[in-house]
Design a protein around this ligand. Structure first.
Ligand code: UVW
Length: 327
């Protein structure tokens, strides 16, 4: 039982398909023609945000190795009369700002953010998950050092403008007539195909799949990280072959980990292992697909231009994002 996922992993492995030093995996399927096809889906001029807030109240608060973002101000409105209030007291920074403020009416605000790159809406880079000591394309796991990923870092996605192309929503929750899938629901490849057929969408190679479970609303209701995380519905690893056959470039879901959190067949995160390490398919997590779900249900159009650029952080194994669907 445990080895079944490995059999599929062997079948869908894309190593060498785009060259020995490939850093992009299935993003190679998003050719210029597919980006143009995505752009052609932006007909009405409506933009729909798909990201959650980067704030202190997000879903990573209770995790030991991940925290919610910490946002701090460096300069703010209280510093507007800096020079007058301090009467010359202070160090270099105070003098620098006082000098700037003495030069005219211009005042400014500055801020910082401290956060794990995985704390909210994100893309996983191909260096995020591995097994048996190897990453995508057979890159040794040791290529990710304490200085960052020397191969397969997120900056390679940034070099092509991030993940941009034709997005297709598969609204699994709406298809099953529920506000959201119940805890632990496993989405099968047959379910995905049934939604494609019911929505009457035609998939094309290089599409970016956006799959709505409705599970994000569960977090908004309870604000309980552990319950939201542990109970998450999601894709079965058995969807890997379906994704491979449909030449899907990337997959994003409104849950913590794309796949179901309760280990299927006793294996933790098998779809992560197959998608990121074997297929080279980026995974998007913690997306908010509520507005997009409503919009698509209204006009019955499930395709759009998806713009999900990454931050160009050399060596990072993921990136926070604020993706947008444009219809
Ligand atoms: C892990 O939890 C390992 O990864 P992700 O955040 O991609 O689900």
């Amino acid at each position: 039982m445990t080895d079944q996922w490995r059999e599929v992993a062997n079948k869908v492995r894309n190593w060498g398909r785009w060259g020995e030093d490939d850093q992009l995996g299935t993003l190679n399927l998003i050719t210029p023609a597919r980006i143009a096809a995505g752009a052609a889906c932006a007909r009405a001029g409506r933009s729909i945000p798909l990201g959650i807030p980067f704030d202190a109240y997000g879903p990573q608060g209770a995790s030991g190795f991940r925290r919610n973002p910490i946002h701090l101000m460096a300069v703010d409105g209280g510093d507007a009369n800096f020079a007058a209030n301090l009467e010359g007291w202070g160090g270099h920074t105070e003098a620098q700002i006082a000098g700037m403020y003495a030069a005219g009416p211009m005042r400014f605000n500055d801020d910082y953010i401290m956060m794990p790159l995985q704390s909210a809406t994100q893309w996983d880079a191909l260096s995020h998950v591995y097994y048996d000591g190897l990453l995508y394309n057979g890159v040794p796991a040791a290529a990710v050092t304490s200085f960052g990923a020397t191969k397969l870092g997120i900056e390679h996605f940034a070099d092509r403008g991030g993940i941009i192309g034709r997005g297709v929503l598969l609204d699994v929750a709406r298809h099953f007539g529920v506000e959201r899938l119940s805890a632990g629901t496993v989405i099968t490849p047959q379910d995905l195909q049934a939604v494609v057929d019911a929505q009457d969408v035609e998939l094309a190679g290089g599409d970016i799949l956006v799959i709505r479970t409705g599970w994000w609303t569960r977090f908004l209701e309870t604000h309980k990280h552990s319950e939201w995380f542990a109970g998450s519905p999601g894709l079965s690893w058995r969807c890997a072959q379906w994704l491979h056959e449909n030449e899907i470039a990337a997959v994003a879901v409104d849950n913590p980990a794309v796949e179901v959190m309760v280990p299927e067949d006793g294996v933790l995160l098998p779809l992560h292992m197959i998608a990121l390490r074997d297929m080279g398919t980026p995974l998007g997590e913690i997306w908010d697909l509520e507005a997009l779900g409503r919009d698509c249900a209204e006009d019955q159009i499930y395709e759009f231009l998806l713009c999900a650029p990454v931050l160009k952080i050399p060596g990072a194994v993921g990136s926070p994002i604020s993706p947008v669907a444009i219809k």
